[in-house]
Design a protein around this ligand. Structure first.
Ligand SMILES: [Fe+2]
Ligand SMILES: [Fe+2]
Length: 168
């Protein structure tokens, strides 16, 4: 199992809550973000697995692939700032995936994720603005823009689901 840095939140929900409050990230915060992003890939894949609609499944899997790219981008950010190599762990070694459940795609969950992804962009923008390394800041801005596209994808899925529910 990947060893969480001292002081890091011990589970995914706490990690999300903690990161949302960070304005100037420490190396620990950036490491937590790397792990959260890697966990995001699995979470999107889990949602896709439970989904009958092939189009929706593809949208979820596309966002999941981006989350793993974000994890690797965060490893690059860490390396730029610390000059030490960082590796994204396998899913089986990611402490933030331990003991997770498999939630069903529902309107309330979609609403939550739509907001969380949009907040992700704001968070990356804030971190980039407070980052002394321009290359690292650019990497974070790129991930931030993709979080907003995830939010829009989820909105598209939500509109489809809401439409189905009102169709007689
Ligand atoms: Fe992400
Ligand atoms: Fe995302």
């Amino acid at each position: 199992m990947y060893a969480l840095p001292p002081g890091a939140p011990s589970n995914l929900a706490d990690a999300f809550d903690h990161l949302a409050s960070v304005r100037v990230p420490t190396v620990t915060d950036l490491t937590v973000m790397m792990l959260v992003e890697a966990a995001g890939k699995q979470m999107y894949d889990d949602l896709a697995d439970g989904c009958a609609d092939a189009g929706v499944r593809r949208l979820l899997q596309d966002s999941g692939r981006d989350e793993m790219v974000h994890a690797h981008r965060m490893a690059e950010v860490l390396q730029l700032l610390t000059r030490v190599p960082y590796l994204v762990p396998e899913n089986s070694d990611n402490p933030y995936l331990a003991g997770r459940g498999k939630p069903d795609l529902s309107i309330p969950l979609l609403d939550h994720l739509i907001e969380a992804e949009a907040n992700g962009q704001t968070l990356y923008e804030t971190w980039a603005a407070n980052c002394p390394n321009q290359e690292a800041a650019m990497l974070m801005r790129t991930s931030g823009r993709e979080e907003m596209s995830h939010s829009l994808r989820l909105r598209q899925i939500r509109e489809g689901m809401a439409g189905e529910m009102v169709t007689p």
